[in-house]
Design a protein around this ligand. Sequence first.
Ligand code: UDP
Length: 377
Amino acid sequence: MKYDYLIVGAGFFGSVLSERIANDLGSKVLVIDKRPHIGGNCYSKLDEETGIEVHRYGTHIFHTSSRKVWNYITRFTAFNGYHHQVLTTYRNKVYQMPINLETINSFYNANLKPHEAQEFLKKEIEKNHVRAPQNLEEKAIASVGRSLYEAFIKGYTIKQWDKDPRELPTNIITRLPVRYNYRKDYFVDSRWQGIPLEGYAMVFKNMLKSTNIHIELNCDYFEHRNEFNVTKKVIYTGPIDRYFDYVYGKLEWRTAKFQKEIVELEDYQGTSVMNYADFAVKYTRIHEPKHLHPERKFTKQKTIIFYETSGSDSNDPYYPVNTESNYNLFKKYKALAQQEKGVIIGGRLGDYAYYDMDKTILAALKCYERQLVDSTS
Ligand code: UDP
């Protein structure tokens, strides 16, 4: 069968573009995904035994400050009132993350006011004065001092990236601010946040429900590359290096692995995500998805937890590793992509970018406006 567009990958980038092309351009789209479900890494599903909504690829909290993105996504789902908070365990004691006044006071067993904490940390930072931070370690020490860095950031970062924090770029840690107040919501700058009321799978189902869209699951693009009959464009949202058969070599990716356990308790840890800062503890976090839906009633005295560990399987890519050498390699692939006719490469894997969900949606909407509406008008 003939299609106007082929979309490879049914995560947010591919699904937004499919939806726009089908509903706004009125063109025919074939969406393929090698997994047995739509939704990419955002996918969630009700666990049969417990009735708990499980985020199969790690906890996904939707948050944004973009009105454009919020207006778009709320056409497909309503959100609950969940606000994300993260805690971290270090040497068997629980602290708030990102580092805030509570973390500082608790760690130093003090009772500092905001201005006193600032003065105090300034002195801590000066002990290891770093003028212009060049890497993650220097950046972290320049913002919280060595002791807090070693407790809450160093071990966690090595576990997550399997790299010396001196080899990692500063921008990874700028995702984690330092607060001299007691605010504990994780996404303090996001105007809107929550979890889709009926789960993520339903969001994607709603986005892809047009009769102009045909979905094929368990379909690997590379096994069928020459069989598709596409008249206009291919939109590829997988890893960019894979698309070009690794001609310049492989980009590094980090993956996350989740080990599930059903616990015969109503509540295991009292919160949805608990980080583990100690290097000696093998996992980076424990997720307890029940807490993501405070609006739901759970009748069973059971909960599910997932131990998350980090790995380097490039067949299951989650996070780009933003070192200089990877970035330079990506630029070479990007140049190839720009010469490739009839193909758009994008999304977290195609752009080798550490996008949150809202950034992915925004990138897809912009791609649609700039590269698809214009090219057909
Ligand atoms: N990080 C840390 N300690 C923590 C949480 C995060 O050192 O308890 C660092 C770590 O380097 C991590 C980065 O901050 O890669 C970004 O963390 P975030 O929680 O934003 O990562 P994500 O949720 O995207 O996996």
